[in-house]
Design a protein around this ligand. Structure first.
Ligand code: GLN
Length: 480
């Protein structure tokens, strides 16, 4: 695996005039040219935009002006976030040639503090998937083992960081799509509290479950990026007006005395033995750091997958109704009637998985089945949220595996959607409850495949979650 500098290293070498932002961005483009043909993380490079931004940072550095927090940091963005003048596809043929007229707030906030956007990252079509094999363009390969998937749907975002093709990236997480690929690729990925980060400019999959969040190699870098993108945005009425703490400043507060919950529901059947052992070893490290390990119970966990796949598909069927071949996007040719235009445009533009979800979602929302499926799922969602509320009366964070297995082989699960869905068991709960979650590397299996430890915290308490993650990272890093 290629190594790349951390955010702090980039800032200090630019501030110390050891390198220019322009030269650094060019180095990253060279690396992308070398590495990416085998990995497939990028869909579009935004060279011109990157160079304009880098020149701006270089002017500041040479004038001796104070540098903003992400000055010159090469970043890349999952292609579900729109970027002005730069093609944004959501991994779909439907909007293959879409050049958005505005920027996603999270991207704009990163660039406003000096980040250099290198390009747009591959993902499952409309973020539907767990392996990035549902991209309409090409799959992504895991830099740690190229015969394996990088996870999904933000596979490009995780792989780009793991392969040193970007220092930090943004992804989106509707049911685990940041945390699971982070765990498969051996990097850190964070899903914030619902409302913590504006969704303005995020191409919608399931609006009540969608979140934007950062990937990087270390907890500290993820904390830095989160601080940049978090906070109220008048363009997203669901973004919360809750003060954003200085996550980085709080990282080094000792974890001693914090209570870490462990729920037996996350360690049952289906959990790979080596994953279990690595996660338990990480929890032991936390005990060693003075955390109190407390058993908790999340009794409705077994209903999380069906609940998620009802709510997510219902919302997706509604959100995706806009791709009708009329206003923008793919339009079938040679059609004779309006209904044929809708039918053939949607048939030709969407991939298999997206169609499956539109059909499922339309079904659960249909008049005769709404109460039995959609309404029931909303009720179970409340029960799942209450499980967490109960548990967080007793503990400050909850520790769990991120995924029941390490990265699987490309092609292994594509024809078995149910097996693919079931693997989301440990991640979808946080989206249904809206609580924050993070995945950090905590070990490897006998094939040297990375294993992720997941931590959850109370709504808007990313600070405590990051603190525990940082302590655990320090304790499990090689040589400690
Ligand atoms: N794997 C889950 C799904 O396919 C989660 C996707 C996501 O978080 N975007 O829906």
């Amino acid at each position: 695996m290629a190594t790349s500098p951390t955010i702090d290293e980039v800032r200090s070498s630019i501030a110390g005039r050891h390198i220019t932002a322009t030269a650094l961005a060019e180095e990253f483009y060279t690396r992308i040219k070398q590495e990416d043909p085998e990995i497939g993380a990028f869909l579009t490079l935004s060279h011109q935009r990157a160079m304009a931004k880098a020149a701006e940072v270089d002017r500041m550095a040479s004038a001796g002006d104070p540098l903003p927090p992400l000055a010159g940091v090469p970043v890349a963005i999952k292609d579900v976030m729109v970027t002005r003048g730069v093609r944004s596809t959501a991994g779909s043929k439907v909007i293959e040639n879409f050049i958005p007229p505005y920027d996603c707030t999270a991207v704009a906030r990163m660039e406003a503090v000096g980040a250099i956007m290198l390009g747009k990252l591959n993902c499952d079509e409309f973020a539907m998937g767990s392996s990035t094999e549902n991209s309409a363009f090409h799959p992504v390969r895991n830099p740690r083992d190229k015969s394996r998937v990088p996870g999904g749907s933000s596979g490009g975002s995780a792989a780009a960081v793991a392969a040193g093709m970007a220092v930090a990236t943004l992804g989106s997480d509707t049911g685990g799509s940041i945390r699971q690929p982070a765990s498969f690729c051996g990097v850190v990925g964070l899903k914030p509290t619902y409302g913590r980060v504006s969704r303005y400019g995020l191409i919608a999959f399931a609006s009540s479950l969608d979140h934007i969040g950062p990937f990087a190699k270390t907890v500290k870098e993820v904390a830095l990026v989160l601080r940049t993108i978090a906070g109220r945005d008048p363009m997203d009425s669901t973004s919360a007006d809750v003060p954003v703490p200085d996550y980085v400043a709080e990282l080094d507060k000792p974890a001693k005395g914090l209570r870490v919950g462990v729920a037996k529901e996350y360690f049952g059947a289906g959990l790979d033995e080596e994953v279990k052992a690595a996660v338990e070893a990480a929890i032991d490290k936390l005990r060693g750091l003075g955390c109190e390990i407390v058993p908790v119970t999340l009794p409705h966990t077994e209903y999380a997958i069906p609940t998620y796949y009802i709510v997510a598909t219902a919302e997706a069927s509604s959100n995706l109704a806009r791709y009708d071949g009329v206003r923008y996007g793919f339009r079938a040719r040679g059609v004779r009637t309006l209904s044929e235009l809708y039918r053939l445009s949607r048939d030709g533009g969407f991939g298999m998985e997206v169609k499956r979800r539109i059909m499922l979602g339309t079904y659960v929302l249909s008049a005769g089945y709404y109460d039995a499926y959609y309404l029931k799922a909303q009720r179970v969602r409340t029960l799942l949220t209450r499980d967490f509320d109960e548990a967080f009366r007793k503990v400050d964070v909850i520790a769990a595996p991120t995924s029941p297995t390490p990265a699987f082989k490309l092609g292994e699960r594509v024809n078995d959607p149910l097996a693919m869905y079931l693997a989301d068991i440990y991640t979808v709960t946080a989206n249904l409850a809206g609580i924050p979650g993070i995945s950090i590397p905590c070990g490897e299996n006998h094939e040297k495949l990375p294993i992720g430890l997941q931590l959850f915290a109370r709504h808007f308490d990313e600070a405590t979650m990051l603190r525990v993650a940082h302590a655990c990272e320090q304790a499990t890093s090689p040589g400690s």
